[in-house]
Design a protein around this ligand. Structure first.
Ligand code: 26M
Length: 824
């Protein structure tokens, strides 16, 4: 009797309306008389959710019975954005829903924009994890994501008087996409003590207990694939006091306040996403988050494995765990602890399993971003794990000593423990030692980690432990969803949407590069997307921009290494040039709109100064009648995934201008090109591979190369350097107070003039300006420009996250897809 599910299928708009209305009236208990956009969103979301849930259950059942290897992606961040549009497109019934909503008096865009972004991430690393989930499901890989269910995601950015102000992002008011699993809980231990005893078999055993216990509760979200019924799971852990709401023993004995305080203390663990994306600050709560999440996830994974009744030696044939950066590195000593202390395996046997299970992805070479935790802090919070880390280190160092008996210094260099005051645990080294594969995220980056931070480890383990998997993006969200008109035009030429499942098929577009109608349509779509972006800018910034101008976009986290300062100094230079022109000369200027967006970490003063400068420069230039439409400058508030979906399709040129060797990959560069924009960039990260794919005539590269950066910095230090004269003029303008009190910007200017210009802004300035001028000339030749953009789109197939996931699956995880049964 329980064999059949009662799937609420709908195929027609009438059936969709029935489902949506049923949810509005019964699930939400609302009368249709006051059905507003929020209610219409809820009804639509719940109707599609029903569809997903059925497939989700089936997928999980199928994966359990199939008895094959699964991959678990451990990431503290999943920057998912909105779910409804994605769900509608994946189920394939967006048009049906659109007609149904129209009958009910609503426009699809308005309904979609009711949803709050799931903003559980900072930037590139978190968005990559989200693209990976989409690809894993679309390619039918059995995969789960594990993260924390933050009550507050990345803060909302408000710009007040030109300054960034952080506002909390409480996103859980109404979230139809998550399912609380109050029956799936794990008790997590902190602090306490370690003791030893001899068990019944005479074996020496270690126990860790008597600490503080916090309970992890699972919340699951369905991850639907595109063009398949496979629906994977994203499991988010929420923390709560282990004794439930509050402790009644304490309550009854008058310790009510303490009881509530305990409850809050527990809930604090999953309360908020840390908003840094580079600087490591060593806060205890952050370490608690990491352990809480790693321990809950591993318990869950091991519990699932144990249900299969397989011997432990099969563990790594059933389980692959990928560490997204070093944030989940504690999973390594945790699995070793489970195997040795709880399951009674021998150390070596356990360690073999651990190494075979984990893979580690590195996302940065910036020294200030490499995670380190103080030994006393770990000793206090996780005493057993510290012992295990020391044992791992001791065995590793013995091995190194044996292999390199003559090298005195190597042991100190590669030790997991840095002999500083206090001692520190180097998490990246632990991650390398505990994994069977380590990968970088673009070719240059993967080469760099082998010659810099992990150089000694390449010697110790050999080069095969280190590999590259160049990042990718999902074409479903970043083309089909964000740019439906372009996606449709491409489908009309390629004979359908199959290219969304195999992006290399885009190469067939090259055949249409001279097709007049196609070019016209392609250009018209770009223009329409720019009109939409112009409307957005008018609404949110009150600045009227001309959609025929060249739209120049730099949207990403604000960081000195990403060099938004280079961009805004370039804008000031452009302004000065225009101001010096005669009316005749001005006629030849290519009008431009400079668009900035991105969040600064709340404690990162230099980054906040850059935001302030951009806003001040915009205020002056936008009001200058002599400049008019020739130059406009806007800073778009609160850049996030759903805003990227509007901004990316509306760009002509986007800036990816990090100091060479600092940006591991970059992924928005791929999104912009896929949407018919071109790139101005340095020879850094994935820009290099984009150049290889689209051809160097279709990208605007400039600046010094990674291999020269070190020497330039040294030269700055030893003999000082001559400031670029054009940049000097820019600084003089700032100092003269043109953009308000110059004191506000002195730290920024001084970092270049007086403090060695670590990010080589001055060294690259001339080359940047020249390249921007080249772009103006190139854009003026519209036919050539359109050719460049079409060819570029046609050549972007490589950058699908599907390719990327297939590479991980084959090289690192050794897993196979599990295809759902297909009908007919
Ligand atoms: C660290 C400590 C405490 C709190 C937060 C952090 C932290 C959080 C996120 C550190 C780094 C974080 O992300 C870094 C990141 O986004 N890296 C980017 O990863 C992308 C995907 O691989 C690359 O494309 C980018 O080049 C890289 O900067």
């Amino acid at each position: 009797a329980w064999k059949k599910h009662s799937a609420r299928e709908f195929k027609t708009k009438e059936e969709f309306e029935n489902e949506a209305v049923r949810h509005i009236e019964t699930t939400l208990a609302r009368s249709l008389f006051n059905c507003d956009e929020a209610a219409a969103y809820a009804g639509t979301a719940l109707a599609f959710r029903d569809r997903l849930v059925i497939e989700w259950n089936k997928t999980q059942q199928r994966q359990t019975f199939a008895d094959q290897k699964r991959v678990y992606y451990l990431s503290l961040e999943f920057l998912m954005g909105r779910a409804l549009d994605n769900a509608m497109l994946n189920v394939g019934l967006k048009d049906v829903a659109k007609e149904g909503l129209a009958d009910l008096g609503f426009r699809m865009e308005d309904i979609i924009s009711q949803e709050r972004d799931a903003a559980l991430g900072n930037g590139g690393l978190g968005r990559l994890a989200a693209c990976f989930l989409d690809s894993l499901a679309s390619l039918n890989y059995p995969a789960w994501g594990y993260a924390l269910r933050y009550r507050y995601g990345i803060f909302k950015q408000e710009i007040v008087d030109g300054y960034q102000v952080e506002v909390p992002d409480y996103w859980l008011d109404f979230n139809p996409w998550e399912f609380p699993r109050h029956d799936v809980t794990v008790d997590i231990n902190f602090y306490g003590s370690v003791s030893q005893y001899v068990d019944d078999d005479g074996k020496q055993r270690t126990v860790w207990d008597n600490g503080e216990i916090v309970t992890a509760v699972a919340y699951d979200a369905p991850i639907p694939g595109y063009g398949t019924t496979t629906t994977n799971n994203l499991r988010l852990w929420s923390s709560k006091a282990s004794h439930g709401e509050f402790d009644f023993t304490k309550f009854n004995s008058g310790e009510y306040e303490q009881s509530v305080a305990d409850q809050q203390r527990a809930e604090t663990i999953s309360a908020v996403l840390y908003p840094n994306d580079s600087l490591e600050r060593g806060k205890e709560l952050r370490l608690k988050q990491q352990y809480f999440w790693c321990a809950a996830s591993l318990f869950d994974i091991v519990r699932r494995f144990k249900k299969s009744k397989k011997p432990w030696k099969d563990f790594a044939n059933q389980v692959a765990i990928q560490l997204n950066d070093t944030h989940p590195t504690l999973a390594i000593p945790e699995l070793q602890r489970i195997l040795v202390d709880l399951e009674g395996l021998g150390w070596d046997e356990a360690w073999t399993i651990v190494q075979a299970t984990f893979g580690y992805t590195n996302h940065t070479v910036l020294p200030e971003a490499l995670e380190k935790w103080s030994v006393p802090l770990i000793q206090h919070l996780l005493p057993r794990h510290l012992q295990i880390i020391y044992e791992i280190n001791s065995q590793f160092l013995q091995y190194v000593e044996k292999s390199f008996p003559k090298e005195k210094d190597i042991l100190g260099r590669v030790s997991i423990i840095e002999e500083s005051q206090p001692k520190m645990v180097r998490m990246a080294y632990l991650a390398v030692i505990g994994s069977h594969k380590v990968n970088g995220v673009a070719e240059l980056h993967s080469d760099l980690i082998k010659t810099t931070i992990f150089k000694d480890f390449v010697k110790i383990y050999g080069p095969d432990k280190f590999t590259n998997v160049t990042n990718g993006i999902t074409p479903r969200r970043w083309l089909h969803q964000a740019n439906p008109k372009l996606s449709e035009l491409i489908a009309s030429k390629l004979g359908g949407y199959e290219y969304l499942r195999d992006l290399t098929l885009l190469h067939k577009l090259e055949a249409f590069v001279d097709d007049k109608d196609f070019r016209k349509d392609f250009q018209a779509i770009k223009y329409a997307n720019k009109v939409r972006l112009a409307q957005y800018i008018l609404e949110h910034n009150g600045v009227k921009v001309n959609p025929a101008a060249l739209f120049d976009v730099q949207v990403k986290r604000i960081h000195e290494y990403k060099r938004q300062q280079l961009n805004i100094f370039g804008v000031i230079h452009r302004y000065l040039e225009i101001k010096a022109m005669s009316a005749e000369q001005k006629k030849k200027v290519q009008p431009r709109v400079s668009i900035f967006g991105g969040k600064a970490a709340p404690g990162y003063w230099m980054a906040k100064t850059v935001i302030h400068l951009v806003n001040q420069v915009g205020k002056v230039i936008n009001a200058d009648k002599e400049v008019g439409d020739l130059l406009k400058v806007v800073f778009l508030e609160d850049y996030n995934v759903s805003k990227a979906e509007i901004i990316v399709p509306g760009s002509d040129i986007s800036e990816h201008i990090s100091t060479a060797g600092t940006e591991a990959s970059g992924t928005s560069n791929m999104k912009f090109v896929l949407n018919g924009g071109l790139v101005i960039g340095t020879c850094d990260g994935a820009n290099i591979e984009i150049t290889r794919e689209v051809g160097e005539e279709n990208i605007f590269l400039f600046g010094n190369l990674a291999e020269d950066v070190e020497d330039l910095r040294e030269a700055h230090h030893k003999q000082g350097f001559e400031l670029d004269p054009l940049l000097k003029r820019v600084f003089e303008t700032i100092r003269s107070g043109t953009f308000g009190d110059a004191g506000q910007f002195s730290a920024l200017v001084d970092s270049i003039v007086d403090h060695g210009d670590y990010y080589l802004v001055s060294d690259d300035f001339k080359s940047y300006i020249d390249t921007q001028n080249l772009i103006d000339q190139s854009y003026a030749k519209q036919e050539e420009w359109v050719t460049k953009t079409i060819l570029s789109v046609a050549r972007m197939g490589f950058f699908s996250s599907d390719r990327c996931i297939d590479e991980y699956a084959e090289m690192i995880w050794n897993i196979e897809p599990l295809k759902p049964e297909t009908n007919g």
